[in-house]
Design a protein around this ligand. Structure first.
Ligand code: FEO
Ligand code: CA
Ligand code: CA
Ligand code: CA
Length: 640
């Protein structure tokens, strides 16, 4: 037993709160109830207790170039790659020569979060469903022949911009289970692509406000497109939420000093300035010098009905504008809905929205209106293990005219500035949030923060307890009810290797937790995102390629379930309701990791597969982000 694990953990208060409100329905959790609270910390740490939830043998750390590895007894099959047709559209061309119009009918690039929606019909003998997933961003060197704006500036064209815009966004694909295997249905009347040009309506307090009016949209009611769709959420009434994350990198801004002080401050706070893609050269709305309000039209959560391929997505502005990672939800006892979302940048915040009205429990996309009326809060983590949700409401506390805010629209468009003003706690890059289906406990990954404790930056605190936080951590929050404005919190895990003195890992080590999803059995799936600049080198060599682990949230035991090909991030996981099929996204395989860079490997448009050729392994091929389907060979429950 290692006492360092127990330091600073307000275990008893937090668990008491979680357990008292919980209905124990899952066999795997029954043991927890029989365990006295005082011994729970020991249960988590005992090296002899093996989790009853996890029934597979860990896979080893991997530095394999072109392989996804899963435990013995499981199969991983490539399911849906960048460029695969969503329906019966054009097929992928390995030389990158697909046109923009072809890309519009194919899977986008850089798959991120994913959800499964069962289709229930009376007549069909087949099991059917939808997979809906985000395509977060693109790699122009892999997308095009000749690369993007930085590779061949003179050949950068409107056609290339359009192809890049169409490679962003969201895919909806229809799948069905034939005999024993799930397959994509082609053609499908439900298949759909949403891109950086798809028209969306705006709802909530910012709709029609001056902050989002532009020459092309003088009423501030219709926004073209969504991009940098990182992670997602699924509403209990059947819709899909997609989160706009690092939207700053799409806009050019050369002369901020020509605008008001307030505007300049806002751009600074949201880090606008450099365009990574050069779209403004052929699509003026990405030039903030000409169209300053375009910046305010992105950084939102969008919602749409995946079962209706002509439904128009809606930007839900009441949820605030920041670099949203994902959205997790919980229902209050009075059936109001609470949404939790992190802002993934260094020293940013965790937010919660509580709807004004209750959901009546029926399905239907019209319930999305519940997300337009309510209060957005931001979290303050106090050092004693308690916390407060602080309201971001114009006129309350510091959010007044005297402090420069002029309306609720202003507060929501500039949620980061509002959160600064009310004294929220700056966190170590909040990524995904997931809610335990039985206990209601909320888990938030803090992926890393190399600047924590540096001169001029916030020092470590109880909720972000490591200076120069290389490996990241996971924080657990507990509330009595989803409508509560108080919570308790504890550090669930400090990531790192098991032998690392600063980590509290029990089981397989990992770094930079990002994707989180708790399945219906209560297994916490954790996906890692070690950046290519650190991957497979120095202190990160011990972790190998990015991976997915299964964790028992009660015992804390972690077991490595999947390792990805070199350079990739593992992000996004969805399962069928019976937990016998799982889809996991492998994003940006082929990014050149630090170790290969040090050996002189350079990826170029002529050499896109410098690091990896996954999944096709074709000669002169290109690496492709892809969805992988995982099944247990005996047809059983994944992870059991
Ligand atoms: Fe798109 Fe924070 O990951
Ligand atoms: Ca992420
Ligand atoms: Ca990340
Ligand atoms: Ca990513």
């Amino acid at each position: 037993m290692d006492n360092r694990h127990r330091k600073g953990r307000p275990f008893s208060t937090v668990l008491e709160c979680a357990i008292s409100r919980r209905q124990v329905v899952k066999a795997g959790l029954t043991a927890l109830v029989a365990t006295p609270l005082s011994s729970l910390a020991e249960t988590k740490l005992s090296p002899v207790v093996s989790s009853a939830l996890l029934g597979f043998n860990s896979v080893a750390v991997s530095d394999l170039i072109d392989d996804v590895v899963v435990p013995r007894g499981y199969s991983a099959e490539v399911f849906y790659r960048w460029g695969d047709p969503v329906s019966d559209g054009p097929s992928f061309k390995m030389d990158g020569s697909n046109t923009a119009q072809e890309q519009l009918q194919q899977a986008g690039m850089h798959h991120d979060a994913i959800q499964f929606y069962p289709i229930t019909t009376d007549s069909s003998l087949d099991e059917r469903g939808l997979l809906v997933m985000n395509h977060e961003y693109i790699d122009p060197q892999i997308l095009h022949i000749g690369g993007g704006v930085f590779d061949q500036p003179l050949q950068f064209s409107a056609e290339k911009v359009l192809k890049e815009q169409y490679a962003h966004g969201i895919s909806v694909i229809e799948i069905k289970k034939d005999n024993t295997q799930w397959q994509i249905v082609r053609p499908s009347s439900l298949a759909r692509r949403i891109t950086a040009t798809t028209a969306m309506t705006v709802a909530g307090p910012v709709a029609g406000s001056d902050y989002i009016k532009t020459e092309a949209d003088p009423d501030g009611k219709v926004i073209l497109g969504t991009f940098n769709n990182c992670s997602n959420g699924k509403m209990p009434w059947g819709t899909y939420l997609s989160c706009e994350e690092n939207v700053n990198g799409y806009f050019k801004l050369s002369n901020p000093e020509k605008k008001s002080d307030k505007q300049q401050l806002a751009w600074q706070r949201y880090n606008f300035g450099n365009s990574y893609y050069g779209w403004h050269q052929h699509d003026q709305r990405f030039n903030l010098d000409l169209h300053p309000n375009e910046a305010n039209r992105f950084g939102w959560v969008i919602e749409f009905d995946p079962f209706n391929p002509t439904s128009q997505p809606v930007k839900r502005t009441a949820l605030g504008r920041f670099f949203h990672e994902n959205v997790a939800h919980k229902l209050a006892k009075d059936k109001r809905i609470a949404l939790y979302s992190g802002d993934d940048s260094q020293f940013e915040y965790v937010y919660k929205f509580i709807s004004a009205k209750s959901w009546d429990g029926t399905p239907g996309a019209h319930h999305g209106q519940l997300l337009d009326e309510g209060v957005l809060y931001v979290a303050r983590f106090d050092d004693d293990g308690s916390g407060q949700w602080l309201p971001l409401v114009f006129g309350l506390s510091a959010l007044t005219k005297e402090n420069g805010f002029d309306s609720q629209a202003d507060v929501l468009v500039h949620a980061r500035l509002a959160a600064d003003a009310v004294g929220a706690t700056a966190m170590d890059r909040p990524e995904w949030i997931t809610v335990h289906p039985d206990t209601g406990a909320i888990f938030v990954s803090m992926t890393n923060n190399s600047k924590r404790g540096k001169e001029g930056k916030p020092a470590k605190d109880a909720a972000n307890p490591r200076d120069h936080n290389n490996f990241g951590h996971i924080v657990q929050l507990n509330e009595q009810d989803a409508a509560d404005l108080q919570f308790n919190w504890q550090i669930f895990t400090l990531a790192g290797a098991e032998q690392d003195k600063q980590s509290t890992i029990y089981g397989d080590g990992y770094a930079n937790p990002d994707g989180l999803m708790i399945d219906d059995r209560g297994v916490l799936w954790v996906q890692t995102d070690i950046s290519a600049s650190k991957l497979n080198s120095g202190a990160f060599e011990a972790f190998g390629n990015n991976q997915m682990l299964a964790i028992d949230p009660v015992t804390g035991e972690s077991r490595r379930f999947l390792t990805g090909p070199v350079g990739c991030e593992v992000t996004g996981v969805a399962m069928t309701p019976d937990l016998t099929a799982m889809w996991v996204n492998i994003q940006h395989p082929g990014d050149v990791p630090a170790k290969l860079k040090q050996q002189g490997q350079v990826k170029t448009p002529d050499y896109p597969n410098a690091a990896s050729n996954w999944p096709d392994k074709a000669e002169n091929g290109r690496p492709r982000s892809a969805t992988v389907m995982i099944t247990k060979d005996d047809g059983g429950i994944i992870g059991s």
